[in-house]
Design a protein around this ligand. Structure first.
Ligand code: 5RP
Length: 260
């Protein structure tokens, strides 16, 4: 890897332990004012001290984040559809790489929809973005999106993550599943997990713990943090699991102490 690529990767995955707590607040790009994220500025500011990187769109970055913050930016590069559509897979690249560079992006994030009608288009877009990423030394985070009819099992997620890595992504985001260790074993680049829909805090901590225990490099978590009753305490507890080796039980105990 060239210096720029290595240096940016070091902002995404900690050089100390190879892990990350990426805070995802990009949901508005297809969901509009997602619950808990109606006012991104107010939501993001208190969480930033505990995030290793921040995943968001250029619109929210430019309007809701102070430019003097030092957290690496994972810029969402794909979009073009909304929750009003049955099929969300019809995405395109919606940001130029030049603009991502102007935003000082440390990584470029793009969704791919393996097995969907638009599989080929989204995979071609991933490949194009990886070419740009190589050209400018910016890692690409491939987001394996799962359509409504697709099963989130190790076979499917293993297929999707491996394809993303083969096409050149430096990091792949997917979902936790049974036999997740097989997904990780089949993917030659680090795998991080999405938190998914809001679940009980205790269960979200278990999800984070199970994922890192089974080989995930960390989390790219959104709703289970910003929709939590205790967003700051929740991200801190997730950090304890990802970076400090706490179990979910231990992190839950710490979270309860923090919330009194
Ligand atoms: C939306 C995304 C989200 O950033 C990702 O799913 C992580 O957020 P959450 O933990 O809420 O699932 O990529 O397409």
């Amino acid at each position: 890897m060239d210096f720029g690529m290595k240096n940016r990767m070091a902002g995404i995955l900690s050089p100390k332990d190879g892990r990350c707590v990426m805070l995802a607040v990009d949901h508005g790009y297809f969901q509009g004012p997602t619950t808990g994220l109606e006012k991104p500025r107010e939501v993001v500011a208190p969480l930033l001290p505990y995030a290793d990187s921040l995943m968001l769109t250029r619109g929210v970055l430019r309007t809701c984040v102070e430019a003097d913050m030092r957290i690496p930016i994972v810029l969402r590069m794909s979009g073009g559809t909304s929750v009003l559509k049955e099929d969300l897979s019809n995405e395109d690249i919606t940001v130029s790489t030049e603009d991502a560079i102007r935003c000082n992006a440390s990584a470029l994030a793009i969704s791919v929809f393996v097995g969907s009608e638009n599989e080929k288009a989204t995979l071609s877009n991933l490949a194009k973005l990886c070419d740009d990423g190589q050209k400018y030394g910016i890692p690409v985070l491939a987001v394996t999106a799962v359509g409504k009819d697709m099963v989130r099992d190790a076979r499917y997620l293993g297929l999707a993550t491996r394809i993303c890595a083969e096409l050149g992504a430096q990091v792949v985001k997917t979902y936790y599943c049974d036999k997740f260790e097989k997904v990780v074993a089949g993917c030659p680049v680090p795998v991080v997990i999405a938190g998914g829909k809001k679940i009980e805090e205790r269960d979200a901590l278990k999800l984070a713990y199970s994922a890192v225990r089974d080989g995930a490099a960390g989390v790219d978590m959104g709703r289970n943090i910003f929709q939590s009753r205790w967003p700051v305490q929740m991200i801190r507890a997730v950090r304890m699991i990802v970076h400090e080796g706490l179990t979910d039980d231990q992190a839950w105990t710490e979270l309860q102490k923090m919330v009194g």
